[in-house]
Design a protein around this ligand. Structure first.
Ligand SMILES: Cc1ncc(COP(=O)(O)O)c(C=O)c1O
Length: 321
């Protein structure tokens, strides 16, 4: 079996050093030294201070939408090709998903669909950067119109750039996954990146049961805390990726990336292994790599309709479906 994506793990002995430190500190959670370090390294990588660590991308999406304080029953335009978490977050926030088609080449939310589906009931647009491939943010932002926030499920997109801008600095809020199935991992964990200071504060309350000062609270929060063990692994992973011999990294396992490498989208930059590294990691002929990608793309397209119908099954028939 060829995995779609495999986590890049730092050297074990470096993680063990951090575990020893955590044992000495006796602080395992509640945003200690390593949660802060994880955030600082992510902030440096993304070029924004407005990044906060959470327990997972799933919970981060719930929190990001809650931070926007959207009207209950409002419509959330969302691609029909995405992971359950994107939709779960919408439904947990008492919004109504309105399914939109994707651009078949990018595999991300089609801006023309956003324009078609946006109406008086629209509360938010939630796109997904698929396999590290960013949404066409400028077109989506314009299609959504003024006053409608744009949020991205950026689970696969830590390190992705769009027109020179890092994913995490595009939408009002973007949420990364550092789960064990992701290339950049903390075993379990996530990051919420936002573009407004007031949202940072709300994210901080929401991820900590709603607590503001001591036990005072004015928002309905949740336990979205990342443990120190996970945060230490995340911080180390970002550090080792930065120091490594990679010029970047790919969200698809190398056999699938060769063609993406060759035919990059004109205005986006999905980070890829450099040629030597790619060859070292995957002893495959590029033509074979391209063949595999075509096969894979075929499977994706085939599964697209299924995914759409599964989601409709679970969430009911909604406008735009
Ligand atoms: C697009 C997308 N969104 C969200 C998630 C959920 O991420 P997490 O496991 O960190 O909650 C995933 C996980 O695979 C995903 O692929």
């Amino acid at each position: 079996m060829i995995p779609i994506c495999r986590p890049e793990l730092p050297p074990l002995e470096r993680y063990v050093e951090l575990l020893r430190d955590i044992w000495d500190l006796h602080m395992l959670s509640n945003f200690g030294k390593y949660a802060r370090l994880f955030e600082q390294r992510a902030q440096a990588q993304l070029g924004t201070p407005r990044v906060r660590a959470v327990a997972s991308c799933d919970i981060g999406l719930v929190i990001a939408l809650a931070a926007l304080d959207l009207p209950a029953g409002g419509e959330a335009i969302v691609p029909s090709f995405t992971f359950n978490s994107t939709i779960n977050a919408i439904v947990w926030n008492r919004l109504t998903p309105v399914f939109a088609d994707i651009d078949p080449w990018r595999l991300t939310l089609d801006p023309a669909e956003v324009e078609r589906l946006t109406g008086p009931g629209t509360a938010v647009v939630v796109g997904t950067h698929v396999f590290g491939n960013p949404c066409d943010h400028d077109a989506i932002r314009a299609a959504a119109g003024p006053g409608i926030p744009v949020v991205y499920d950026a689970a696969h997109a830590f390190g992705t750039r769009y027109r020179g801008r890092a994913a995490g600095t595009l939408g009002d809020a973007e949420v990364f996954s550092f789960s064990g199935t992701k290339l950049v991992t903390s075993a379990e964990g996530g990051l919420v990146a936002v573009t407004r200071d007031d949202l940072v504060t709300r994210i901080e309350y929401l991820r900590a049961y709603g607590f503001q000062t001591d036990y005072e609270s004015h928002v309905v929060g949740i336990n979205g805390k990342i443990s120190e063990l996970n945060a230490a692994l995340g911080a180390l992973t970002i550090e080792t990726l930065q120091e490594g011999d990679l010029i970047g990294w790919s969200w698809l396992f190398p056999p699938y990336t060769t063609a993406f490498d060759a035919r990059s989208l004109e205005d986006t930059h999905t980070l890829v292994f450099d040629g030597a590294c790619l060859r070292a990691k995957c002893d495959l002929d590029p033509a074979l790599g391209y063949g595999l990608l075509k096969l894979f793309a075929g499977l994706v397209v085939q599964r697209l309709q299924n995914a759409r119908f599964q989601l409709l099954d679970v969430y009911g028939t909604v406008a735009g479906s």
